[in-house]
Design a binder for this molecule. Structure first.
Ligand SMILES: [Zn+2]
Length: 338
C-alpha cells in the first residue's frame, strides 16, 4: 500500500502540481553520521546512512549528493538533531525502521524547507526538500522538521481525517522544539496560542462542522481551522490526562501504549481513538472526538491556557510563576513516559 499524508506546503496547495522534479539520490555515505553494521533484516539503500536510537531502531538517512559536501554535513547534523527530538516523546522512534530523504530545491532563504511530505509506505519515509547552503542551526529552528516527524507518532496511514493527523503534528511540533531546546517555555506556549488564534481567525466556514470543513478543505480552504481544531483536541486531551493523574500520565504515555500495540498497523481514526480510550480506561478521547468533529468554529482555548497558569494579554502569553497550575504547565517540557 502506498499512501501519504501531510503536505507541508499546504498554503501552496494550488501549486502542488509543480512538484520538484525527481533528483538523483545521494551516492555517498555521510561520514559524520553513525554508520551501520550490516543487519540481516534490513537492506538500506546502497547510498543511505543508518542511525540508531538507544533501542537499536534504525533510521535510514539519504541526503542527495546534489547538495555541496558542506551542505550535506550541515543537513546530517540537523537530521540527527531532529531524530533525537522524536525520542523525547516515549524514548524511542515509532518504528523499528524508518527513513528520511533530503533533496535540494530552490526557493527563498526565508523558507529553508519549502516542501516536505510524509509517505506511509512499506516503511515510513519523510521527504524533505531543502535549500542548499543552509546551516544546521537554521534548519534546527524550522518547525517543519518537527512537524513532519511528529506525524509518525500515530499509526494513521489514511486520507481524509486531516484534522486528526495534522492536529497531532501541529501540537507536538511545539512540544518537541521546547523539549529539544530550540524554544523556551514561553515561546512554546506563544506558538501554540498563535496557532489557535490562527484557527479562530480562519472563520470563513464558521457554522459548518469541522467534519464538513475538513472534507472540503482541499477545494475550499479552511486549513487553519482544521489543523488547529485538531491541535486543540490533543491539547485538551493532554491536559485532561495530566489533571486526572496529578501529572503522572499524559498524552506521551497514551501514544507510547498506542505505539506498543499498533505501530505496524494502519488504523482509522475511530480505531485509534478506541485504542487510546482502552489504554486509559475511560472515554475521554471519544467524548472529545464527538465534541471537536461536530464543532462549528474553533473550540475555545482560553480556559485551557488558564488551567496551566498562562494569562493572555493583547495576544501575548504571560506565564504565572508559581502555584499548582504553573507546576503542571512546566511538566509539558519533558515527557512523562521516559
Ligand atoms: Zn502535517
Amino acid at each position: 500500500m502506498t499512501s501519504s499524508s501531510c503536505l507541508r506546503a499546504w498554503p501552496l496547495w494550488p501549486a502542488l502540481k509543480s512538484l520538484p522534479s525527481p533528483v538523483i539520490r545521494s551516492l555517498t555515505l555521510i561520514a559524520a553520521l553513525v554508520l551501520t553494521p550490516a543487519f540481516s533484516w534490513t537492506t538500506p539503500a546502497a547510498n543511505a546512512t543508518v542511525l540508531f536510537d538507544e533501542g537499536k531502531r534504525a533510521l535510514e538517512v539519504d541526503i542527495s549528493e546534489l547538495f555541496p559536501e558542506q551542505s550535506r554535513v550541515q543537513i546530517s547534523r540537523w537530521i540527527e538533531h531532529l531524530a533525537h527530538s522524536l525520542t523525547l516523546v516515549y524514548g524511542h522512534w515509532p518504528r523499528e525502521r524508518w527513513a528520511i530523504d533530503v533533496e535540494p530545491v530552490s526557493g527563498s532563504i526565508d523558507d529553508p524547507i519549502p516542501w516536505a511530505q510524509v509517505h506511509r509506505e512499506k516503511i515510513d519515509r519523510v521527504a524533505f526538500y531543502v535549500l542548499s547552503s543552509v546551516s544546521a542551526d537554521t534548519l534546527k529552528h524550522e518547525w517543519t522538521g518537527y512537524h513532519e516527524v511528529a506525524h509518525l507518532l500515530l499509526p494513521y496511514r489514511g486520507w481524509g481525517d486531516t484534522w486528526f493527523s495534522e492536529g497531532l503534528a501541529s501540537y507536538y511540533q511545539n512540544l518537541l522544539q521546547a523539549r529539544v531546546g530550540v524554544l523556551s517555555e514561553e515561546q512554546m506556549w506563544q506558538k501554540l496560542y498563535d496557532g489557535f488564534a490562527r484557527g479562530k481567525a480562519d472563520d470563513r466556514f464558521d457554522g459548518q462542522t469541522l467534519l464538513l470543513v475538513n472534507q472540503q478543505m482541499r477545494e475550499k480552504g479552511g486549513y487553519m481551522r482544521v489543523y488547529w481544531s485538531g491541535a486543540w483536541y490533543f491539547f485538551a486531551a493532554d491536559i485532561s490526562l495530566r489533571a486526572q493523574s496529578n501529572g503522572a500520565y499524559s498524552l506521551d504515555n497514551a501514544l507510547k501504549q498506542l505505539n506498543s500495540c499498533c505501530a505496524a498497523q494502519s488504523l482509522s481514526v475511530a480505531e485509534i481513538i478506541a485504542h487510546l480510550d482502552a489504554s486509559t480506561d475511560q472515554k475521554m478521547f471519544s467524548e472529545l472526538y464527538q465534541r471537536v468533529y461536530q464543532s462549528r468554529k474553533m473550540p475555545p482555548y482560553a480556559s485551557l491556557f488558564a488551567q496551566l497558569g498562562i494569562e493572555i494579554k493583547n495576544g501575548q502569553v504571560s506565564l504565572v510563576a508559581d502555584g499548582a497550575n504553573a507546576r503542571r504547565r512546566r511538566e509539558f517540557l519533558s515527557s512523562t513516559a521516559l
